[in-house]
Design a protein around this ligand. Structure first.
Ligand code: NAD
Ligand code: DAU
Length: 332
């Protein structure tokens, strides 16, 4: 694959993926991104100019998408509205980008017979109880809770239907919670790191015992590349790195890192419909495609990520005040 189109490549995981491809392949990359509030052009500026082009455009517009898809060997589709709290505030952009946008990409891939990898989330499976020994597998029934996760579930179903009905050459991955550089300060880990850098306190929703299964964005990237190269068409692969922690454990680790007391936490209003626990069984990806994560230890990956935010303090600064103003209106 010499030419790869990466939708959403100026966002958090998309930009980590572009960096990963530049390091690990010789492919020429085109990023298609609308540059919404969630994007950061700065995440792409240090890349070699002759390897990466940026096209600013909307994945829901066929006249933008179709010629671009046709001139690439593969599309890796990250572009989405990605934040649950925003989807509770206003679901409409989630329906447009995540569902109409994915439909538009699929129609383009169908017309030009271009290989497609669709990036999705473990949230399509709903949630698990804290004491449930089960984890999500590729056979877990869909049961999304929020407008965001329902829109991603809808996009997955479209991909499955286009594979079966039209023979589109697509794979799907559903990954757990990512952390790492370039993640918007609205998300849990960067929000708490930047709160503490600013001398404030982490904000925990509800009782703070909700569990997420953390994976470094570079490990998500290596898994997506492996599926793109070796995955079986029509298959879904779950991506996870055995990183289950509850939210309180994560903020305790952040506070300890900065030498602050473990109880310096504000408990704030819970998220509506807040999923209790996510957990991924990634045995299929590991056994079939020989993938393994590089960051085995969440605490050391978190320490690297904290160091990145300290070294790039200016990066999230422009978005921080508006983000906190939004949360303040919600009592969060
Ligand atoms: P993000 O919000 O950081 O980035 C999304 C990017 O998509 C932004 O650059 C934005 O400008 C772009 N975009 C939004 N609407 C667009 C449109 N209509 N046309 C073109 N570009 C548009 O998101 P992220 O956290 O990097 O997530 C990327 C993908 O990975 C999403 O599909 C998400 O569902 C999935 N995912 C995320 C996680 C996670 O923990 N963040 C975990 C599993 C799966
Ligand atoms: O599981 C994959 C999903 O992970 C992705 O599909 C989503 O795009 C991504 O945003 C993420 O969703 P979450 O809702 O799990 O992530 P978020 O960072 O918003 O919250 C993580 C947990 O932390 C969740 O239990 C809510 C909680 N939280 C969040 C914020 C912002 C807090 O306790 N305090 C906060 O300030």
């Amino acid at each position: 694959m010499n030419r790869i189109l990466v939708t959403g490549g100026a966002g958090f995981i998309g930009s980590n993926f572009v960096h990963h491809l530049v390091r690990h392949t010789d492919a020429h990359l085109t990023v298609l991104d609308l540059l919404t509030y969630a994007a950061s052009e700065a995440s792409l500026t240090e890349l070699p100019q002759d390897r990466v082009d940026l096209v600013v455009g909307d994945i829901a517009e066929a006249d933008v998408v179709e010629p671009l898809v046709a001139e690439h060997d593969a599309v890796v589709h990250f572009a989405a509205e990605s934040h649950n709290d925003n989807s509770l505030d206003d679901p409409s952009p989630f329906i447009r980008t995540n569902i109409i946008g994915t439909f538009t990409i699929l129609e383009a891939a169908r017309k030009s017979d271009t290989r497609l990898h669709h990036v999705s989330t473990d949230e399509v499976y709903g949630d698990l109880e804290l004491d449930d020994p089960k984890r999500f597998t590729e056979d877990t029934p869909y049961n999304p809770s929020s407008p965001y996760s329902a829109s991603k579930a809808g996009s997955d179903h479209l991909v499955r239907a286009w594979v079966r009905s039209f023979g589109v050459r697509a794979t799907i991955s559903n990954c757990s919670n990512n952390y790492g550089p370039w993640q918007h300060v609205e998300k849990f880990i960067p929000r708490q790191i930047t709160n503490v850098i600013d001398g404030g306190r982490p904000k925990l929703y509800g009782d703070g015992l909700n569990v997420r299964d953390w994976i470094h964005a570079d490990d998500h990237s290596s898994a997506v590349l492996r599926i793109l190269q070796r995955g079986r068409i029509g298959e879904t692969y779950l991506i996870g790195a055995d990183g289950e922690r509850n939210n309180r454990q994560v903020v305790t680790a952040i506070l300890e890192h900065f030498g602050r007391g473990a109880d310096e936490i504000d408990f704030v209003r819970d998220r509506a419909g807040h999923d209790r626990r996510y957990a991924i069984e990634s045995g299929k990806l590991r056994a079939e495609l020989g993938w393994a994560p590089r960051f085995h230890d969440f605490e050391s990956g978190l320490a690297d990520t904290i160091a990145w935010y300290v070294a790039h303090e200016d990066w999230g600064r422009p978005a921080k005040a508006a983000t906190e103003a939004f949360y303040a209106t919600k009592g969060q």
